[in-house]
Design a binder for this molecule. Structure first.
Ligand code: BG6
Length: 496
């Protein structure tokens, strides 16, 4: 289905996100005939430039970041829709002017007044831009036209700032107009968690505390902080990844079955389970967490220097580049089942997965077997490096004696489906245009996420350098992260 005609307004059009993701996604939608028939893109920059210069810069970005061969005719047709507009929220008159320009463009392009404002800007610009859009009436839904606001991450830096930003935006627009992006929800395998759980009859009956021992969520990255020092040093691994990306995985894995597959119901169940994550005291948070910072090392052939020596990072920084935390969910399904979450930069491997560890068989009659090779009965939902699902179980090794070994049943997406490589943003951008916000974060989920991590943020801030472990770039992270599980008689799932 093609979206309604609309104007796609991008704030931060000269930035990295626009060049790397937004335009390549619009290109992929154009190439698959999923853009509206009447469409125009308004690129807003604080310092204006000519349409030609902007189009040229976007074309350069597209050539560099496209996920498929660029068809010149399609690219040109898309970029011809782009108009550059100069506006700065510090200068209200520029927004008034922009409103008039948009009105004119809409009449010429016959977009019916439908507008999508995409805030691909640094987070401190979200509120000022939205306020100006509100003041100029650009976001007011009228005469049957829709008006939508797409907000990138990070959404706040803690519970208080996320609440303040929500309150601010909700003064200007209604919740149904806000699309808070978390790019994890654009990933096929992440969306597939819902299908795995709720389109099959055999998983859900054992998806609870009676059969599941614990759940591990891992997002390990090889890349260091690179040129993002200034953003990252003020942010850290926990803020950057946990309340958003890891909690998306957690909420999809842990939510109750929604009665209907619609945005209200699905998002309500997700918010409900996040709100049930136990809020820990700062003392508990310290006990249930490990944070680390990388020091120089090697990842493959690439040498990585100490985090503290990274450009724009304070030399004495206590910002964590690795975080591992233990959470519990206070409801009937999950009482007593620990959720262990970990994420870090500059690690030896890139891996994103959810590992569901089932309880061992209650009694083993095979006592004289190679017990140490017994499989751990994991169901692994793998997002990186291979998208797929693996089930580990035990089987008899052929031969006259009873001996047991662990084996795997593996489903890999690429073995079954041929999908064109994508940026992961296409679905999200398309959904914004058709008005389906099921894959976007609602205010209550965002706040519940911050609520759950706030004790860790507070406790770590107070502790400063105390308790910040070092780990070598290229390693598996700080050794202390293992203790978080070994003291519970468990261990992180190893690869291989
Ligand atoms: C971003 C974070 O939101 O997600 C980055 O700011 C991180 O620090 C990235 O590298 C990870 O995304 P993915 O899709 O590579 O797992």
């Amino acid at each position: 289905k093609k979206p309604d005609p609309c104007t796609f307004v991008i704030f931060g059009v000269t930035g990295d996100l626009t060049h790397r993701l937004v335009i390549p996604s619009l290109y992929n939608l154009a190439a698959t005939n999923l853009l509206p028939d009447s469409f125009c893109v308004v690129g807003v920059a604080r310092n204006g430039m000519s349409n030609d210069n902007l189009r040229e810069s976007l074309m350069k970005g597209l050539r560099q970041f496209a996920t498929r061969n660029v068809d010149e005719a399609i690219a040109r047709k898309l970029l011809e829709c782009v108009t550059c507009v100069e506006a700065d929220p510090k200068d209200p008159a520029s927004f008034d002017k922009m409103r008039d320009q948009i009105n004119k463009l809409e009449a010429a392009r016959k977009t019916g007044g439908n507008r999508l404002f995409y805030l691909a800007t640094p987070p401190n610009a979200f509120a000022p831009i939205s306020r100006e859009l509100g003041r100029t009436g650009l976001l007011a839904e009228e005469n049957g036209a829709w008006r939508r606001l797409v907000v990138e991450k990070p959404f706040g830096t803690d519970l208080a700032s996320a609440k303040a930003l929500n309150a601010e935006l909700l003064k200007i627009v209604d919740e149904h107009q806000i699309y808070r992006i978390d790019h994890y929800l654009g990933k096929e395998t992440v969306q597939n968690i819902l299908v795995l759980r709720f389109a099959n009859g055999m998983f859900e009956p054992i998806w609870n505390r009676n059969h599941i021992d614990h759940i591990q969520i891992t997002v390990d990255e090889k890349l260091g902080v690179g040129h993002r020092g200034s953003f990252y040093d003020a942010t850290g691994a926990l803020r950057d990844m946990v309340p958003n990306h890891l909690f998306q995985l957690l909420s999809l894995v842990a939510m109750e079955p929604p009665a209907r597959f619609d945005a209200y119901t699905v998002r309500s169940e997700k918010a409900e389970v996040l709100a049930a994550v136990q809020t820990q005291s700062e003392e508990e948070a310290l006990k249930n967490s490990v944070r680390g910072q990388y020091v120089g090392g090697k990842i493959g052939d690439t040498k990585i220097e100490d985090y503290r020596k990274t450009e724009d990072v304070k030399p004495g920084s206590t910002t964590e580049t690795y975080a591992a935390i233990k959470l519990t969910i206070d409801n009937w399904r999950w009482a007593g089942v620990p959720f262990y979450l970990r994420t870090g930069k500059a690690l030896g491997i890139k891996r994103t997965e959810v590992a569901i560890k089932f309880k061992q068989a209650p009694f083993s009659m095979f006592s004289c077997t190679a017990v140490d090779r017994l499989s751990q009965n994991y169901l692994i939902i793998s997002i990186e490096p291979t998208e797929g699902i693996t089930l580990q179980f035990n089987t008899k090794v052929p031969g006259p004696t009873i001996s047991i070994d662990g084996v795997e049943m593996k489903f890999r997406y690429k073995d079954y489906f041929k999908a064109e490589p994508s940026t992961g943003y296409e679905t999200l951008i398309y959904d914004c245009m058709i008005g389906d916000n099921i894959l976007f974060q609602r205010a209550d989920s965002v706040e519940a996420g911050w609520q759950a991590v706030q004790p860790f943020l507070d406790a770590w801030k107070k502790a400063g350098a105390k308790g910040l472990e070092n780990y070598k770039a290229g390693s598996e992270g700080p050794a202390e992260a293992d203790e978080l599980l070994t003291r519970d008689g468990r261990h992180w799932r190893k690869l291989g």
